[in-house]
Design a protein around this ligand. Structure first.
Ligand SMILES: [Zn+2]
Ligand SMILES: [Zn+2]
Length: 377
């Protein structure tokens, strides 16, 4: 014997309302229109059969007394042949299960959102910018003002659906009388047929056009940041309200700086002599030339920070830093005079025969710093 209470997931003392709610919940989850697949379909048949018995006072009474009206019959066929919206309509009345209401649909509807890409230089991301952007979107047709009809002509009532926008039929089922309706294809569910389509827009009520917008790009944007411009997207069919325009930022690669969050990283090549002796080096930033103080004895991988000269924070105030990574350049071509000098220096420093000392990479030595510097990229 089938356990209909378990199939529907309700208690034995469930009220008619509980039973209805449980079935509705199950239909939302298991109906083949919502959940395609043999397993869900089989389960849906089971709960439909359970609902058929438990929702009928007569059948429920005899089932509660031990007689299963469907004993041995299997669950074949229950709930089949009715779309998800039909099942929902049986509970809530026409229109409840459908994506849009029944009855003629407006010829006008909201337009789609549009997405365009805007390429920026790093400097634009640092400070923000105003950019002109040419976009191609649908706008309302000025010939027919969105009506879709040739000037001087109109529309007539669709004779397939008599202006209802829907073609209906009635079916009897275990759910009761189910009204099924389908959108009318003859009039695209609008109930009205255009007699002579506008020659400018072919009856769509909108045309494509190219226009230029000035976009205010806030400081701090990065690749992937989207700027939303309400109502600047596609105008809808029948000159319906426009969707939004999304401008997706793509920041071009910069030759000197790599961005990391709002910090900008750069590598500064230093002659060995300057690294040993210390120097003041001119360094070009987005805020003009800065004096970079290089301490005597700086090692490759050491960082010099220029505070507040990085990218402006997108939200809130303040800016990131510029982080300069030192890279000491060893001279590779020496004149005989230079070589003599270096040999004398080596002798003075007792470095004629290097010992091959192995540095500990964890002690913050140059290798550790180098490694960290490259990991940061
Ligand atoms: Zn037109
Ligand atoms: Zn129609």
């Amino acid at each position: 014997m089938n356990d209909y209470y378990a199939d529907l997931g309700v208690a034995r003392d469930a009220t008619a309302d509980d039973i209805k709610k449980a079935y509705r919940r199950a239909a939302r989850k298991l109906h083949p229109d919502v959940n395609p697949g043999p397993e869900a379909e089989e389960q849906f048949k089971k709960v439909s059969q359970a609902y058929d018995v438990l929702s009928d006072a007569e059948k429920k009474r005899s089932y509660d007394m031990g007689a299963d009206p469907y004993a041995g019959a299997g669950a074949a066929g229950f709930g089949q042949g009715f779309s998800f919206s039909d099942v929902m309509d049986a509970f809530f009345g026409a229109g409840a299960g459908a994506a849009q209401g029944r009855g003629p649909r407006s010829r006008q509807s909201r337009g789609q959102d549009a997405l365009v890409r805007l390429d920026l230089d790093l400097v634009d991301a640092v400070f923000g910018a105003e950019k002109d952007l040419t976009i191609d979107t649908a706008v309302g047709c000025s010939t027919c003002h969105g009506e879709g009809t040739q000037p001087g002509t109109g529309t007539r009532t669709c004779d397939v659906c008599q202006g209802q926008g829907q073609v209906q039929s009635v079916q009897r089922s275990f759910l009761g009388q189910v009204m099924t309706s389908r959108p009318c294809v003859n009039c695209q569910a609008t109930g009205q047929v255009i007699e002579a389509p506008c020659y400018e827009c072919s009856g769509d009520g909108r045309v494509r056009t190219r226009r230029t917008l000035t976009i205010r790009v806030p400081a701090g944007v990065d690749t992937g940041t989207r700027i939303q411009l309400a109502g600047e997207g596609e105008v809808g069919p029948g000159a319906g309200p426009a969707g939004d325009l999304y401008v997706e930022v793509a920041v071009r690669r910069d030759e000197r700086f790599q961005r990391q969050g709002d910090d900008l990283h750069a590598t500064l090549e230093l002659p060995m002599t300057a690294a040993a002796l210390g120097a003041t080096v001119p360094f070009e930033t987005f805020d003009g030339e800065q004096e970079l103080d290089v301490r005597a004895g700086i090692q490759s991988g050491e960082q010099i920070r220029l505070r507040g000269l990085g990218v402006t924070h997108l939200r809130g105030s303040g800016r990131g830093d510029i982080v300069v990574h030192a890279m000491v350049a060893t001279p590779s071509k020496l004149t005989s005079e230079q070589e003599d000098l270096l040999r004398r220096l080596a002798a003075l420093r007792g470095e004629e025969k290097p010992t091959g000392h192995i540095a500990d990479p964890t002690d913050g030595s140059i290798f550790g710093k180098l490694r960290d510097a490259f990991k940061a990229r």
